[in-house]
Design a protein around this ligand. Structure first.
Ligand code: ATR
Length: 466
């Protein structure tokens, strides 16, 4: 009998199945398109002996030892519901379904409740690290009934990335907590990628450098405070040459960024919770704008492009600017997690979340060690930027961010994520903001009332109400 089952042999599902097999577990696999099952097993080499090809859902369930656990790795949305509906009649009370895709956590909450009514466990499990992570050790964010995690914990910890002897996998909270954390992880990833792309834009358009000329900078940064997977791969992408054109690969890649929805969900959930993760929001917006190539070209021919090669930026200052913006993005993500945790009563352990992001996942970076420590000590007012270790860093890094943003804006180069990160920072260090005027306006046109600062009385009105 197999230890666990898996449905969906796409890129991620196949990689995860091989990872499970390689760790010494027997796994039964099924796929909607049946031919892919045999092809997958045939291509698995010596791991094939640990794989059971199940041509039907019935065969899959029949090949599992009880209580059964089945991982679903199918596209988020209707495919998950369809697969669950197929499996439900075949399962017994106490069996567990694990959605390892990038689900909307609202769907996970709904599914968990529906399956619980039938005595079935439903786990929403965020898996980060791309194909390579899934194959060799991803970061795994688990949500669902805590007791049901016991059924899969050993396998999950075995396949997860290892960070100094500890697995980058954890049960984080009930129902949708795991998928929510994964969604916010992806939101932070959007922001980080966008901010790196903005710096690349400054170097390319502002300084007139070729991609290969900028690669050493990223390589150097990857030895310092910005050390992270995304900086590391950025250097490789910058260096890559295109075989067809013989020039830089980046020069032949269309500047239109794809998105599958997790960034957008992060923003939607942030707004629903009365929060704003502005750096993530800007990154999502920038991806949308990137897809409007024809409109951008029309804009350029009407208004003219920014003049190229007018900037001369200090490398160390760029590094500090990116560091400040990155800390703000992580901090906004953590604040959103904290807000969701309170709203949904998840008791999320932010320190643990940051710990399991230290290896395996796309946003892994050296900063996460310090972030987890700061979160464990408690974030003052929920803000990473106010944690002592980070406040010190921000004091030196924010002036650099300000200069870089100023230079970029002066040259007419767009920096939506970095400039909105800076705007957030400046807002959050201003004890008296300008919303007094907004309250005045609201009272003027809608008699919404305001609170007075001198005597604390609320629901007060201006002279226009007389
Ligand atoms: P990839 O990971 O390679 O990008 P994908 O499109 O995300 O692939 O699909 C992942 C898996 O989900 C595939 O195994 C796919 O099955 P097929 O090989 O039959 O296409 C499966 N899948 C997609 N839609 C599905 C659905 N509605 N019901 C069941 N499985 C589905």
């Amino acid at each position: 009998m197999a230890d666990i089952g898996l449905v969906g042999l796409g890129t991620m599902g196949a990689a995860l199945a091989l990872n499970i097999a390689e760790r010494g577990y027997d796994i039964a696999v099924h796929n909607r398109t049946v031919e892919k099952i045999g092809q997958f097993v045939d291509s698995a080499g010596e791991l094939a002996s640990r794989l059971t090809a199940a041509e039907t859902p019935e065969a899959l369930v029949a090949s599992l030892s009880a209580p059964r656990s089945v991982i679903l790795m199918v596209p988020a949305g209707a495919a998950v519901d369809a697969t669950i509906d197929q499996l439900i009649p075949l399962l017994d009370k106490g069996d567990t379904l694990v959605d390892a895709g990038n689900a909307d956590f609202n769907d996970t909450r709904r599914r968990e409740a529906a399956l619980a009514e039938r005595g079935l466990n439903f786990i929403g499990m965020g898996v980060s690290g791309g194909e390579d992570g899934a194959r060799h050790g991803p970061s795994i964010m688990v949500g669902g009934p805590e007791k049901s995690y016991a059924a899969i914990r050993e396998i999950v910890e075995a396949i997860a990335a290892d960070y100094q002897g500890s697995p980058c996998a954890a049960w984080l909270g009930p129902d949708g907590a795991g998928h929510f954390v994964k969604t916010v992880h992806n939101g932070i990833e959007y922001a980080d990628m966008q901010m790196i792309a903005e710096v690349y834009g400054l170097l390319r358009d502002g300084e007139g450098k070729t991609p290969a000329e900028t690669a050493p900078l990223f390589e150097r940064w990857n030895e310092g405070k910005l050390r992270s997977y995304l900086i590391e791969i950025t250097a490789e992408v910058l260096r890559a040459q295109d075989k067809t054109s013989g020039g830089p690969l980046l020069d032949v890649i269309r500047d239109s960024a794809g998105q599958k929805g997790t960034g957008r969900w992060t923003v939607i959930e942030a707004l629903k919770l009365g929060q704003s993760a502005s750096a993530i929001e800007s990154a999502v917006a920038a991806r949308s704008w990137s897809s409007m190539g024809e409109a951008r070209a029309a804009g350029e021919s009407r208004f003219g492009a920014a003049e190229k090669g007018t900037l001369s930026l200090d490398d160390g200052e760029l590094e500090q600017a990116l560091l400040a913006a990155r800390i703000i993005a992580y901090g906004q993500g953590l604040a959103l997690l904290q807000s969701a945790s309170e709203h949904f009563d998840w008791s999320l352990d932010l320190g643990r979340v940051a710990e399991i992001w230290r290896a395996g996942c796309i946003i892994r970076s050296d900063l996460l060690d310090d972030i987890s420590q700061a979160a464990r000590e408690g974030l003052p007012h929920g803000l990473l930027t106010l944690a002592p270790a980070f406040a010190d860093r921000m004091e030196t890094a924010v002036p650099a961010l300000r200069r870089v943003v100023l230079e970029g804006l002066r040259a007419g180069l767009p920096m939506p994520a970095m400039s909105s990160a800076l705007a957030w920072f400046d807002t959050m260090r201003q004890s008296r903001g300008s919303a007094d005027l907004i309250q005045g306006q609201r009272d003027f046109f809608g008699r919404h009332g305001f609170e007075r600062t001198d005597n604390g009385l609320s629901d007060q009105h201006g002279p226009w109400a007389d």
